[in-house]
Design a protein around this ligand. Structure first.
Ligand SMILES: [Zn+2]
Length: 232
């Protein structure tokens, strides 16, 4: 990946910034410099010089287990069974219904070239997993749960315009969606990983907020809204 967590802080840094860190702190080589870590699994990453100038990157060690290497193993998709409270399910679904356009717009902002059909497949997956049942779910953060449910493939994007594959992950200590909202989402960092084929290219920290509810950047027609709502 092209960015990794700084050895001592929570900042995502590039290979170039890591080299600067090494130099500033008087390490002779990158080998003896404290390692950067993966934002998702927090394992140490190896710095790899690029073949060309400026395409250095970071790589997991071969035996590390990390959901970014095995996207199917996203831990929070493992669901625990507990009694479903219909009031909560309805409140979360009502929120989604009433803000369907804002949610579509926000997901478009963080997964660019979102196609309406991709959005529909997210809603179908949400229904299948019944993510609306989570008691600690803060409705305003629903878009940031929804994005983790599918892989955003270039071939499914709007007019096939997306070049890279996107997947969204929470840090690996999140074992269940329930854990996400214990601190109202504030301590749960959401990352977007971009892949070129199966090579991790880029890691981006995605800010989670509620501004999207009032600043809609992509609209849906009445018919499109109805189509989405049918899938809840
Ligand atoms: Zn990792």
């Amino acid at each position: 990946m092209q960015k990794a967590l700084h050895p001592f802080t929570n900042k995502l840094i590039s290979y170039k910034e890591y080299k600067e860190f090494s130099l500033t702190n008087n390490y002779t080589t990158l080998n003896v410099t404290p390692k950067t870590t993966c934002p998702v699994c927090h394992n140490d990453l190896n710095a790899r010089a690029g073949q060309k100038q400026d395409n250095g990157h970071f790589a997991h060690q071969t035996n590390d287990v990390c959901p970014t290497k095995e996207p199917a193993a996203r831990p929070y998709l493992g669901l625990t069974e507990f009694p479903v409270d219909a009031t909560i399910v309805n409140a979360n679904k009502d929120f989604t219904k009433n803000n369907i356009e804002a949610i579509f717009s926000e997901i478009s902002n963080i997964a660019i070239y979102l196609d309406l059909k991709e959005f529909i497949s997210i809603l179908k997956e949400a229904k299948r997993l019944n993510i609306y049942k989570y008691v600690n779910l803060v409705p305003e953060y629903i878009p940031y749960v929804l994005v983790t449910l599918i892989n955003f493939l270039p071939k499914n994007s709007y007019q096939k315009k997306r070049n890279l594959k996107f997947m969204f992950f929470y840090e690996n200590h999140i074992q269940n969606f329930e854990d996400l909202w214990i601190n109202n989402g504030i301590n749960s960092k959401l990352y977007r990983i971009s892949y070129d084929g199966s090579t991790t290219k880029k890691v981006t920290l995605i800010p989670t907020n509620t501004i999207y509810l009032t600043s809609i950047t992509r609209t849906l027609s009445q018919k499109q809204k109805e189509w989405c709502i049918k899938e809840l």
